[in-house]
Ligand binder design. Structure first.
Ligand SMILES: Cc1cc2nc3c(=O)[nH]c(=O)nc-3n(C[C@H](O)[C@H](O)[C@H](O)COP(=O)(O)OP(=O)(O)OC[C@H]3O[C@@H](n4cnc5c(N)ncnc54)[C@H](O)[C@@H]3O)c2cc1C
Length: 466
């Protein structure tokens, strides 16, 4: 394998490019004006802010290691410590530490938060007495958890967490794909709360726990830029692949936009969203293309607002909050960026920046509103929970059409079927947020794995044959 075309210059494609850097001549083809995909920098009141993803999971190593490898280690930033908070039952309420995607492990602490009503708490507290036969196969997150914990716990604890990651719905999301550790407990049968309690450390650690997430000073979009600058690949931007053809020895990508009309290479990595991979795959793997085309995606928008700090009656506390769908609000989450990220507070000490996230699966009509109207809706809801906020200095709306793939019940089987079908196409690999995880770290791992599979597929065997 001497040459590889990577289609899609988001973090998945760029991670693949990084891991192929000493293996092949790599060309990344990106439809957008710059590499990075959902990792993009915008500005509000002249201040650089993350327009999309803002933090990467640090509990798994892939994204953080890659940031260090491309020279950004010194700029990794730990967010301010603050509890996860949910806006529910008319107040901001902290989720007690030790929860697993909102599933509490400390019911005494939960009681004090007022997150659940007395009935909701009583129902949750009965979990250990309920019969708990093993669950066979996959089911929805809500399907399993509502039976164990009660609907209110799902609505007010689990749903907002899940919404923060997938912008989806607990009654449609796969337990196996979204909560594999909980799915393992379900498959064994027995009390969920008892099993989670057994996993939790017996005593609080003497030292503070390592950070769960890390950001980058200046914004997370520095990561794809640094990869693009150091991986040695040719990166074509504003250039879209509209067709993939097989050649005698590899693949030809037919392009539109700036740059060449076509590229040929020994191998190709499709690092685009599932809905974009489907038409390119259709002539070569029809069943896989159908499966990918059927994956639903949620459309979301981020409304970033900048305020003159001097005009704030009180600076809101904490890093932000999540909002359960049962509250009937437009805002599904808000991040108080100036509190959460020290680098931002240093860059713009006189300004207070926060961002609201809107749009879950099925809420497309809300996102049909124009930017000013969307910002006004967010501002009014933020005032309802944070208290009086002055007129913003500036606002900025970034829209992510079909930005988050939904891991529906049976998702792991879908991915397995797609990968099996594609294994029959030599020199073609898939990676991206549609497969083994939507987070930045999972996408980096997916890009690395695609690169490694390509290299493994072309390694000479014991007799030197390829
Ligand atoms: C608003 C939002 C906030 C998020 N926040 C976080 C967060 O804080 N932390 C976290 O871990 N995760 C977060 N995520 C999830 C994470 O950012 C994404 O899942 C991840 O960045 C996806 O990377 P990707 O490379 O697979 O896809 P993308 O970033 O979508 O990149 C795919 C690229 O392919 C290009 N493309 C598509 N079709 C073609 C074509 N035919 N030819 C050429 N190029 C093409 C697109 O232009 C795009 O740039 C967030 C997601 C969203 C939507």
């Amino acid at each position: 394998m001497r040459s590889v075309i990577i289609i899609g210059g988001g973090i998945s494609g760029l991670a693949a490019a990084w891991h192929l850097r000493s293996q092949a001549e790599v060309t990344v083809v990106e439809a957008g004006p710059q590499p990075g995909g959902i990792l993009r920098t915008g500005t509000v009141a002249g201040i650089p802010v993350d327009d999309g993803a803002e933090a990467m999971l640090a509990l798994r190593p892939e994204a953080v290691d890659l940031a260090k490898s491309v020279g950004l280690g010194a700029d990794l930033e730990v967010p301010a410590r603050a509890p996860v908070t949910v806006w529910t039952r008319d107040a901001l309420r902290p989720v007690p530490a030790g929860h697993v995607m909102g599933i509490p492990t400390d019911l005494t602490a939960l009681r004090e938060t007022g997150l659940l009503s007395a009935e909701g708490l009583a129902r949750l507290s009965r979990e250990e007495e309920l019969p708990a036969p093993p669950v066979e196969g996959d089911t929805s997150v809500a399907g399993y958890l509502a039976e164990r914990l009660g609907q209110e716990a799902v609505d007010r604890l689990v749903e907002p967490m899940l919404g923060g990651i997938y912008a989806g719905r607990a009654d449609r999301t796969s337990l196996r794909a979204a909560l594999p550790a909980v799915a393992d407990i379900a498959a064994r049968g027995g009390s969920l709360l008892a099993a989670l309690r057994d996993r939790a450390p017996a005593a609080p650690a003497a030292r503070p726990a390592p950070p769960v997430m890390l950001g980058l000073r200046g914004g997370l979009a520095r990561l794809p830029r640094a990869i693009a600058n150091t991986c040695g690949a040719r990166v074509l931007t504003s250039c879209r692949v509209r067709e993939l053809q097989r050649t005698g020895t590899g693949w030809r990508a037919v392009l539109t936009g700036a740059g060449p009309r076509a590229l040929e290479a020994d191998a190709v990595v499709l690092a685009v969203p599932a809905y974009a991979a489907a038409p390119l795959l259709r002539p070569h793997a029809l069943a896989a293309a159908r499966e990918l085309g059927a994956i639903e995606h949620a459309t979301t928008a981020l409304v970033t607002l900048a305020f003159d700090r001097a005009l704030l009656p009180e600076v809101p506390e904490g890093n932000g909050f999540l909002v359960p769908p049962v509250e009937g609000r437009a805002v599904k989450a808000a991040t108080l960026l100036s509190n959460k990220w020290g680098w931002l507070a240093e860059t713009a000490p006189d300004t207070f920046v926060l961002r609201a996230s809107v749009g879950r699966l099925g809420e497309e009509s809300l996102l049909g509103r124009e930017d000013g109207e969307l910002a006004a809706v967010c501002l009014s809801e933020l005032r309802a929970v944070l208290g009086p906020l002055p007129r913003p200095l500036d606002f900025h709306v970034s829209r992510w059409a079909r930005g988050l793939p939904q891991y529906a019940v049976g998702h792991l089987d879908t991915v397995r079927a797609v990968r099996t079908a594609v294994a029959g196409l030599p020199g073609l690999e898939l990676c991206g947020s549609a497969y083994e995880g939507v987070g930045v770290a999972a996408c980096v791992a997916g890009g690395r794995d695609a690169a490694q599979r390509l290299c493994a597929g072309t390694e000479p065997d014991a007799r030197g044959r390829r």
